[in-house]
Write a protein that binds this ligand. Structure first.
Ligand code: PLP
Length: 361
């Protein structure tokens, strides 16, 4: 076994020379930002690769969520999941709205559509589900509830690059999907994000919001801010985009290898996949928190650092949200561990990690 530490993830990176070639053009042009040529090319190429109508590339995934809320002019309560990264919920709060938690389905780990309606009231304006670990939400049920109550739907699709659902890219569902190109995501621009809306007007509005609310004549016609992606980040994204298919194929292969080995222990549970997934994470649910802690300690002793993700359940972050009980999310959060999974991880390292898990649990 290699003596280097193994972390839960590492970025998938194109050769540095691919990036520097693109950066030479940036230096020559002297255009660093402001919807420059590389940002536009990145948006065009990613839309082509994912088969989506459009994409607005932005500074990060958190800003993408905030821009989606602002574009839809939401004021009131937004129903969301507690089993997520804090940015889903803090973005709602930063936009002056109130997050309202609905518990998850303990198998898919996504928001449980059956529990949404009981949390809807006259203040509810939208639903913001998360495609957790790239596993698609129950799009039909969420869409039907939103239509019945006249609510907007923003998908936090931070984990969902490369996922399809009923033959369409997952980003094309809901009013807007907000994704992340953070270093740890399937496709990375170091920091970055994107908004997708199939509605042309919303798409144009998102572009204006990204750029202080300016229209083409530099009139301020929207309540905007600075959400721009830089040319340097777009260069990283364009270089990495060429390797995205290889990264997606690689993740799936290693995910299935983990799954095949670990399935021999019936105490271990895995996320139930809804149609498609990009297999960007390998979460394992243990029978108890103690079992998880034992395995974490054993892996750490070999220089292997999995991550408790998402932990703790966001509804328990009482400094920013009032506590509302979400038993499934709180329970799963205590028992879930994401094992290392990334492009440069070898299959023998996967086998070694799985073996430590099986021997310890
Ligand atoms: C579910 C989820 N939503 C939103 C974000 C925020 O994305 P970013 O880090 O690009 O701001 C993340 C980031 O990890 C995430 O996991």
């Amino acid at each position: 076994m290699d003596k280097k530490n193994i972390y839960v993830t590492m970025p998938t990176l194109a050769p540095l020379s691919d990036v520097t070639k693109l950066l030479e053009g940036v230096w020559k042009r002297g255009i660093m930002t402001h919807n420059g040529p590389l940002v536009q090319e990145f948006e065009k190429k990613i839309a082509e690769f994912l088969h989506v109508k459009n994409m607005v590339a932005v500074a990060n995934g958190t800003v993408a969520i905030q821009m989606a809320i602002r574009a839809l002019e939401l004021k009131g309560e937004i129903i969301t999941t507690p089993f997520t990264f804090i940015a889903t919920v803090s973005s709602i709060i930063w936009e002056g709205c109130t997050p309202v938690f609905v518990d998850i389905d303990k198998e898919t780990l996504n928001i449980d559509p059956e529990k949404i309606e009981e949390r809807i009231n006259k203040h509810t304006v939208a639903i913001m589900p998360v495609h957790v670990f790239g596993n698609p939400c129950n799009i039909e049920s969420i869409g039907a509830i939103a239509a019945k109550h006249n609510l907007k739907v923003i998908y936090d699709a931070a984990h969902a690059v490369g996922v399809t659902y009923n033959g369409k890219n997952i980003f094309e569902y809901g009013d807007i999907s907000a994704t992340s190109f953070h270093a740890t995501k399937m496709l990375n621009t170091a920091e970055g994000g994107g908004c997708v809306s199939v509605d042309d007007e919303l798409h144009e509005k998102l572009k204006r919001i990204r750029f202080f609310g300016f229209d083409d004549n530099k009139d301020v016609i929207d309540d905007g801010f600075n959400g721009k992606m830089t040319e340097v980040h777009a260069a990283v994204g364009l270089a990495n985009l060429a390797y995205l298919q290889a990264a997606l194929d690689d993740r799936k292969r290693k995910y299935l290898l983990y799954r095949e080995i670990l399935s021999s222990n019936s105490d271990l549970q895995f996320q139930k996949i809804n149609q498609d997934c990009n297999y960007s994470y390998f979460p394992v649910i243990f029978s108890s928190e103690n079992a998880l802690l034992k395995v974490e300690k054993a892996l750490n002793s070999h220089g292997i650092f999995p991550r408790r993700y998402f932990y703790p359940s966001v509804n328990t972050f009482n400094k920013i949200v009032p506590y509302f009980p979400c038993c499934q999310s709180e329970d799963v959060s205590r028992r879930i561990l994401c094992l290392p999974l990334y492009y440069d991880l070898t299959e023998s390292q996967v086998e070694f990690i799985a073996d430590v898990v099986l021997k310890t649990v």
